[in-house]
Design a protein around this ligand. Structure first.
Ligand SMILES: NC(=O)c1ccc[n+]([C@@H]2O[C@H](COP(=O)([O-])OP(=O)(O)OC[C@H]3O[C@@H](n4cnc5c(N)ncnc54)[C@H](O)[C@@H]3O)[C@@H](O)[C@H]2O)c1
Ligand SMILES: [Zn+2]
Ligand SMILES: [Zn+2]
Length: 374
C-alpha cells in the first residue's frame, strides 16, 4: 500500500531543520505483513531525543530510514500466524522487539533481547525483512517501529496491547518516555520510599523519572536542567529543590543541601557534563544511573578509587529495564489513578508536515513531549 512517511535520507543535516528538512514527508510503499507481523495504523507518535540523535548523527543508523519509535495505533491486519491480536485492537509499540527465546528474554530482560538488538542495528524488522520501499530502494526501519508514518508493519513482538481507555496521544508516551523514565526509577534503581533522588535533564524521559520518584515516595528530589521553565514545571510536579546545571556552584549546593549527595542520581540528558555532575552529587554508597544516549565517541571518566572507597554503583538503564507487557499496563493504571500524571509532560500536538520544526524545538531543550497525531 502507499502511505505518507517521514524519511531521513542522510544524517548530519544542519539546523534549523525547518529549513534543511532532514525528514522528507513523502509517499512510500509499505508491503503487507509477513509471518509474525502486524499492520498498524499509527495514530500518535512522540518526538524523542533519540530520533534527534539519529538526525544529527550522534546515534548512527542506516539510511534511508523512516524515523520514529514512540507510538500508539490501531491494528488493521495480522499475519495468519498471529493469533493474539485482531484488527481493531489498540497497541503501544515498543522500540526493542523481544524474541522471547534468547537468554536475556528468558532472564526477564527483554530490553536486552539479542535478535532485537541485531535487527534494530541493521534497520530491519525482527524477521530480518524490510517492508518499506520507494520503487526499488529499500528503506530501513527505525527500531522495528518507524512510526512517523500513517501505517507501519511491525513484528508482533514490538506490540503491547492497550486495554485502557486513554487517548492515542497519551498512549504513545508510554512506548518510550514513560517506560524509560519511570522504569529507570522503579526497575533499574528500585528507589525506596524515604530515599533521596536527583534527576538531571528534564525532557520526556527525565520528567517521567521525576514523577516516578514522587510516586515512589522519595523524600528529597533535586531536579536539574539548563532551562528555567523546566525547573519551574519540576517544582509543580513535586521536585523539592531545583538547580540550574549552568550555575558554577551547582554540585556544591546540591551536596550541601543533601548532606553529602543523593542516594540515586539519574542522568537523563544524554550529556557528558550532566553525567559528570550526576556522579559528583551521588553520595557515598549511592547509585548513579544513566539512561542518556550520547554519541558513542563521547567518553565519561571517573576515578575508580571513588567507586571502590565509597562503594558507589554506576548503572545503565535501557528502556527502563522494562518488561513492557507488564510495565505499560502498570504505568497506565498509575496514570489513570492520578499517581503518574504523564499528561503534564505533553507538548504540542502537530501534523506530520511540521515534524522538522518539532525537532528544532526539541533541540533547544525548551519543548515538552511533542506528538504527531494522525
Ligand atoms: N535509555 C533509553 O532507553 C532511552 C530512551 C529514550 C531516550 N533516551 C535518551 O535519553 C535522553 C533524554 O531524552 P529526552 O527525549 O527526554 O530528551 P529531551 O531533549 O527532551 O530532554 C533533555 C533535557 O536535558 C536538558 N539538558 C541538556 N544538557 C543538560 C545538562 N548538562 N545538565 C542538565 N540538563 C541538561 C535539556 O535542557 C532538556 O530539558 C537522550 O539522550 C535520549 O537519547 C534513552
Ligand atoms: Zn525514545
Ligand atoms: Zn530475545
Amino acid at each position: 500500500m502507499k502511505i505518507r512517511a517521514a524519511v531521513l535520507e542522510k544524517i548530519g543535516a544542519a539546523a534549523p531543520y525547518a529549513q534543511s528538512l532532514p525528514l522528507r514527508v513523502q509517499e512510500v510503499e509499505l508491503d503487507p505483513p509477513g509471518p509474525g507481523e502486524v499492520l498498524v495504523r499509527i495514530r500518535a507518535a512522540g518526538l524523542c531525543h533519540s530520533d534527534l540523535s539519529v538526525i544529527n548523527g550522534s546515534r548512527p543508523r542506516p539510511t534511508p530510514m523512516v524515523l520514529g519509535h514512540e507510538s500508539a495505533g490501531e491494528v488493521v491486519e495480522v499475519a495468519n500466524d498471529v493469533r493474539d491480536l485482531r484488527p481493531g485492537d489498540r497497541v503501544v509499540l515498543v522500540f526493542v522487539p523481544s524474541c522471547g527465546g534468547c537468554v536475556p528474554c528468558a532472564e526477564g530482560r527483554p530490553a536486552l533481547c539479542e535478535p532485537g538488538a541485531v535487527s534494530n542495528t541493521a534497520g530491519t524488522l525482527l524477521s530480518g525483512e524490510r517492508r518499506l520501499h520507494i520503487g526499488e530502494t529499500r528503506l530501513n526501519h527505525h527500531t522495528g517501529v518507524s512510526c512517523f508514518a500513517e501505517y507501519a508493519v511491525v513484528s508482533r513482538r514490538s506490540c503491547v496491547k492497550l486495554e485502557a481507555d486513554i487517548s492515542f496521544a497519551e498512549a504513545a508516551l508510554f512506548g518510550c518516555a514513560v517506560l524509560t523514565g519511570v522504569g529507570a526509577v522503579i526497575n533499574t534503581a528500585r528507589v525506596q520510599a524515604g530515599s533521596t533522588v536527583a534527576v538531571l535533564g528534564l525532557g520526556g524521559v527525565g520528567l517521567n523519572a521525576l514523577l516516578a520518584a514522587v510516586a515512589s515516595g522519595a523524600r528529597e528530589i533535586v531536579a536539574i536542567d539548563l532551562n528555567e521553565d523546566k525547573l519551574a514545571l519540576a517544582r509543580e510536579l513535586g521536585a523539592t529543590m531545583t538547580v540550574n546545571a549552568s550555575d558554577e556552584g551547582a554540585a556544591t549546593a546540591i551536596r550541601t543541601a543533601t548532606h553529602g549527595g543523593v542516594d540515586y542520581a539519574f542522568e537523563m540528558a544524554g550529556s557528558i557534563k550532566a553525567m559528570e555532575l550526576a556522579y559528583l552529587i551521588t553520595r557515598r554508597g549511592g547509585t548513579t544511573i544513566t539512561a542518556g544516549l550520547p554519541s558513542p565517541e563521547h567518553k565519561f571518566s571517573f576515578s575508580p578509587v571513588s567507586l571502590v572507597g565509597e562503594e558507589r554503583t554506576l548503572r545503565g538503564s535501557y528502556i527502563g529495564s522494562s518488561v513492557p507487557v507488564r510495565d505499560i499496563a502498570r504505568y497506565v493504571d498509575l496514570y489513570q489513578r492520578g499517581k503518574l500524571p504523564v499528561n503534564r509532560l505533553m507538548g504540542e500536538q502537530i501534523g506530520l508536515a511540521d515534524i522538522n520544526a518539532g525537532f528544532d524545538r526539541l533541540a533547544t531543550g525548551h519543548s515538552l513531549r511533542d506528538v504527531v497525531v494522525f
